[in-house]
Design a protein around this ligand. Structure first.
Ligand SMILES: Nc1nc2c(ncn2[C@@H]2O[C@H](COP(=O)(O)OP(=O)(O)O)[C@@H](O)[C@H]2O)c(=O)[nH]1
Ligand SMILES: [Mg+2]
Length: 450
């Protein structure tokens, strides 16, 4: 399970819980901890986040939020804060890129040049990697693609000279990006070198390029580069891979630097400004935060017993609860659609007005408990008795029965679903079931939560 899926499971656990108490919160926190640790977030951060969530979870919700929504939001906010995303500077003059070998610096140099060029900057790039012979050509090609000016002195080893001349040569640019060399590991030589470059280049912006698969080494790197230069921005690369950069993200918190960009592929346009919300939503498979909260709300279906629903048996009690829940959560449609039975649902039931609902309630209230639980008992004389008791006529009772039959048919359809998912679905509640069904191939796409 991916980092995002684990986080999502944790949050879904809240929406799926019948009652939210401290024990549930603790359980959810445990799951979040597991997700974070699995993503190489360091333990100090994990504990801090856990404490914050625990403290805030049982606070009184603000505004119209329910306790569940409040907790989901608390968790989400904590995670977003952990990500430490900020908008990248709009008008940087100079950017120094640093990082280990293969992190994606040279690629990012071209992408950044492209990004700022599109925003009206005249961009120049200096090749200050004297370590790797191929770096010169690689950067040159990237710059050509981006339409940026390129400066380099092939085979020159004197970094100070390269940068001094580069600064002069690119004077007419209003953004100069400097690509530096990396090493396969952090060593004294690399640190000495990057300090030298920094002194000569004299940039405000010193950004660390971290690969998303770096894991818990990210923190160490971030600190070392930070101590040497004072890192104030981070680019996380290779976000298109399986690793979603949990460790890299948290490394930023360590230095106080923000993630400005993420790189999502090898092509020049596979690059975007980092947005914590969007990132989190994306890895968790939610459209956005609003979508998440909406979902939490939508699956508040405590009144429905999914086992009952799945059993294919319908009685009047469940029928009424179902109608109520339909109203409460808006379109039951959506749930049904998600399950892949979109067109089988009686439309009238979905669009039933409150008045009719009330009328049905009165009728159902006039039944005996036995009748409510065993609809088959309703014979002619019982119907007459109920109608009288409820002050309704036969037509209204028949209408109720018609709706009831349709819903029963729908329940039967549910029952017809394959045994395996049935078992899974009966597990906790409808929320859980929905979540599992979403994971089913084909349905997910159809039902992207927005
Ligand atoms: N899939 C993927 N590959 C990337 C990304 N960024 C860089 N790369 C590749 O990673 C390798 C190392 O990148 P490079 O820019 O040369 O790293 P540097 O040593 O830090 O300059 C190259 O093959 C790049 O094409 C990315 O976001 N996604
Ligand atoms: Mg390079």
């Amino acid at each position: 399970m991916s980092f995002g899926e684990k986080l999502r499971n944790a949050i879904d656990k809240i929406s799926g819980a019948g009652l939210i108490d401290e024990k549930t919160v603790k359980e959810v926190i445990k799951e979040i901890q597991r997700a974070l640790i699995g993503a190489n977030v360091d333990i100090t951060t994990v504990l801090q986040i856990s404490k914050d969530i625990e403290r805030k979870a049982m606070e009184k919700p603000a505004g119209k939020l329910t306790q569940k929504e409040h907790i989901a939001k608390v968790i989400y906010d904590e995670l977003v804060e952990m990500m430490n995303g900020k908008e990248a500077p709009v008008e940087p003059n100079k950017i120094l890129l640093c990082g280990l070998f293969g992190a994606g610096k040279t690629t990012a140099a071209g992408k950044l040049a492209n990004y700022y060029k599109k925003r009206g900057k005249k961009v120049g790039v200096i090749a200050a990697d004297t370590y790797r012979p191929a770096a010169f050509e690689q950067l040159k090609t990237n710059c050509e693609q981006a339409g940026a000016k390129f400066f380099g002195l092939k085979d020159e080893k004197d970094l100070v000279k390269i940068i001094r001349e580069g600064n002069k040569e690119l004077q007419d640019c209003n953004l100069i990006i400097c690509d530096s060399a990396g090493r396969s590991g952090l060593d004294a030589e690399l640190i000495t070198e990057i300090k030298l470059i920094d002194k000569e280049f004299n940039a405000q912006e010193k950004w660390l390029v971290l690969s998303s698969d770096i894991g818990n080494l990210a923190k160490k790197q971030a600190i070392a580069f930070h101590n040497a230069l004072g890192i104030n921005g981070v680019i996380i690369t290779k976000m298109d891979g399986s690793s979603k950069g949990g460790g890299a993200l948290v490394a930023c918190k360590e230095t106080g630097a923000s993630v400005y960009f993420i790189s999502t592929g090898e092509k020049i346009n596979d690059f975007e400004a980092f947005d914590s919300n969007r990132y989190l939503s994306r890895i968790m498979g939610y459209g956005d935060l609003e979508g998440l909260l909406e979902k939490v709300k939508e699956i508040e279906m405590d009144n429905i017993d999914p086992e009952q629903m799945m059993s294919g048996d319908l009685n009047f009690k469940v029928f009424y609860q179902q109608l109520q829940a339909t109203k409460k959560m808006g379109p039951l449609n959506k749930v049904i659609d998600m399950l892949g039975f979109g067109n089988k649902l009686p439309k009238e039931a979905l669009e039933m007005g409150q008045e009719k609902m009330d009328s049905f309630k009165v009728i159902i209230d006039s039944m005996t408990e036995q009748e409510r639980l065993n609809p088959d008992l309703l014979n002619r004389s019982r119907i007459e008795r109920i109608a009288k008791g409820a002050g309704k006529n036969d037509r209204e009772i028949r209408e109720l029965l018609k709706h009831f039959k349709k819903m029963k048919k729908m329940f039967k359809t549910f029952k017809g679903m394959n045994e395996n998912s049935m078992k899974k679905m009966g597990e906790r509640d409808l929320a859980k079931m929905m979540q599992q069904m979403q994971g089913k191939k084909g349905i997910k796409k159809k039902f992207r939560l927005k």
